[in-house]
Design a protein around this ligand. Structure first.
Ligand code: SF4
Length: 196
């Protein structure tokens, strides 16, 4: 798939969007764009891989529960800027995220002046249905396995079993068709595989 076309489609929906050759370039861009402010992070293997929190912490107030513990989830809800990834992105520009606690998806909907999504090319699927399938059957099982959950998908991380497990991590689905009103929202498309 052509990232250029995905980028155009995102812009047509009102998102800011640009393409980066790799995760380092995306992190360098954000390290320049986010300065002297407060930043919250959603749980994200992508953000961990590109080392964004460490870079931004040198010149911003940062809140990420992956670094500072569970209390940081609440603090991250009230920052000026929020950064996340997605579980799936359709070529037409629909951003898909599944969440267990809800802090990550809620923060992408409300409460921040700027929201950034860092999206590796592996997250992109041709249609909305296929992007949703990816979120449910690739990203979620891998996340359940990473978290050591007692769910049927975590054993092999092969597909979703639509489980009734008490430890089910898939509890809410958010699709951004367009940027939310009053939130400047930018999608960084990265020409390498990032995250789960
Ligand atoms: S619904 Fe259950 S089986 Fe399906 S991906 Fe989520 S945790 Fe795994």
């Amino acid at each position: 798939m052509e990232l250029e076309k995905v980028c155009e489609n995102l812009k047509a929906r009102g998102f800011k969007a640009q393409i980066f050759p790799d995760g380092k370039a995306a992190a360098d861009y954000l390290n320049g764009a986010i300065d002297g402010t407060s930043v919250g992070f959603g749980g994200s293997v992508t953000l961990d891989e590109i080392g964004l929190c460490d870079a931004l912490s040198a010149h911003n107030e940062t809140h990420w529960h992956w670094k500072g513990g569970a209390g940081e989830r609440g603090a991250a809800m009230t920052t000026e800027v929020y950064v996340s990834s997605v579980n799936g992105l359709s070529e037409d520009g629909e951003l898909i995220n599944i969440d267990g606690r809800g802090n990550r998806v809620a923060a992408t909907l409300y409460g921040h002046k700027r929201v950034y999504f860092v999206v590796g090319q592996n997250k992109i699927a041709p249609t909305y249905e296929e992007a949703l399938w990816r979120a449910r059957n690739i990203a979620a099982p891998k996340n359940a396995q990473r978290l050591g959950m007692k769910t049927p998908c975590a054993v092999r991380a092969d597909r979703c079993y639509d489980c009734k497990s008490p430890e089910r991590i898939c509890r809410g689905l958010v699709v951004l068709w367009r940027p939310m009103l009053d939130a400047e929202t930018e999608v960084l498309l990265v020409r390498e595989n990032l995250g789960l």
